[in-house]
Design a binder for this molecule. Structure first.
Ligand SMILES: Nc1ncnc2c1ncn2[C@@H]1O[C@H](COP(=O)(O)OP(=O)(O)OP(=O)(O)O)[C@@H](O)[C@H]1O
Ligand SMILES: [Mg+2]
Length: 261
């Protein structure tokens, strides 16, 4: 893995509003190899979603450069090569679960691969709800639709912002195992934002801990397990050691308080 999948170099981003200026990111630098899975942990409000939004081209940096799979986010989106499942990802309310998952094919003008769509719907445990509308689903079920949708086109770059946040522990754990299995087969370059240290260590090749606001990289830890990892990893001493190390780094809070107008 030598090619660069995502390169963020010296990113700074502030938000200016009537209440003052919030420095969300300050000199944030991260390089993700092609096919690598990196998880980002950090205190609430440290700029994790901002990082993902910048990679997705939904927001722009004030300073620094962003390269995604060698081109701009806009080019990747047009090619259907960027998959995103964000915290507040909206589903189209008038479409069924199946049609929402098939949306990326329509948006990029491709024929729908119905077998893959059905496989993804089943993967996230919604086969019985394939014809349901989003309003008939719980929040966690809607989140699962958005995860399935993000995977539809087997994207080169996958951005997941707390995709499992609203799920119960059992479902979350099952989806972690399933996602690990799928991503091992697809080799997408993946950035996952999560608040779960265990989830980060279970899924990622590398875990990045951000400082409090303004967010920057505080600690990077390599995860020594292969992608074919199973639940058995969870009990290993090395897994527990990494979880403890990352939890300690997160505990040590350094968020800037207040705003500077
Ligand atoms: N569009 C915006 N306008 C103004 N401020 C914003 C905007 N988006 C983010 N911010 C501010 O930037 C900071 C970082 O926000 P961001 O959503 O990236 O945090 P986060 O790390 O994802 O937090 P959480 O873990 O709670 O989701 C926060 O202080 C937030 O208030
Ligand atoms: Mg966020």
């Amino acid at each position: 893995m030598t090619d660069i999948g995502i390169e963020l170099d010296g990113i700074s981003k502030s938000f200016v509003s009537g209440a003052g200026t919030v420095r969300a990111l300050d000199d944030f630098t991260l390089s993700v190899a092609e096919g690598e899975f990196v998880a980002i942990l950090g205190p609430s409000g440290c700029g994790k979603s901002t990082v993902l939004r910048i990679v997705a081209g939904l927001d722009s940096a004030d300073r620094g450069s962003v390269t995604v799979a060698g081109s701009s986010p806009q080019t990747l989106i047009a090619e259907g090569a960027l998959g995103v499942a964000f915290q507040d990802n909206a589903l189209l309310p008038w479409l069924s679960v199946r049609a929402n998952v098939a949306l990326p094919y329509k948006l990029t003008g491709r024929p729908v691969d119905q077998a893959r769509v059905d496989e993804l719907v089943a993967l996230v445990g919604l086969a019985d709800f394939a014809g349901a509308r989003p309003s008939q689903l719980s929040g966690g079920m809607r989140q699962r639709v958005s995860i399935a949708r993000s995977l539809a086109l087997a994207p080169r770059v996958l951005l997941l912002d707390e995709p499992f946040g609203a799920l119960d522990a059992v479902t979350r754990h099952r989806l972690n195992v399933e996602l690990a299995r799928i991503l091992a087969a697809e080799a997408s370059t993946t950035l996952l934002v999560t608040h779960s240290v265990e989830e980060a260590v279970f899924l990622a090749d590398r875990v990045v801990v951000m400082t409090g606001r303004p967010g920057r990289v505080k600690l990077t830890v390599d995860v020594p397990f292969g992608r074919d990892r199973t639940k058995a990893v969870l009990g290993q001493p090395e897994f527990l050691r990494l979880v403890a190390q990352l939890t300690a780094a997160l505990d040590d809070d350094d968020t800037e308080t207040g705003t500077a107008a």
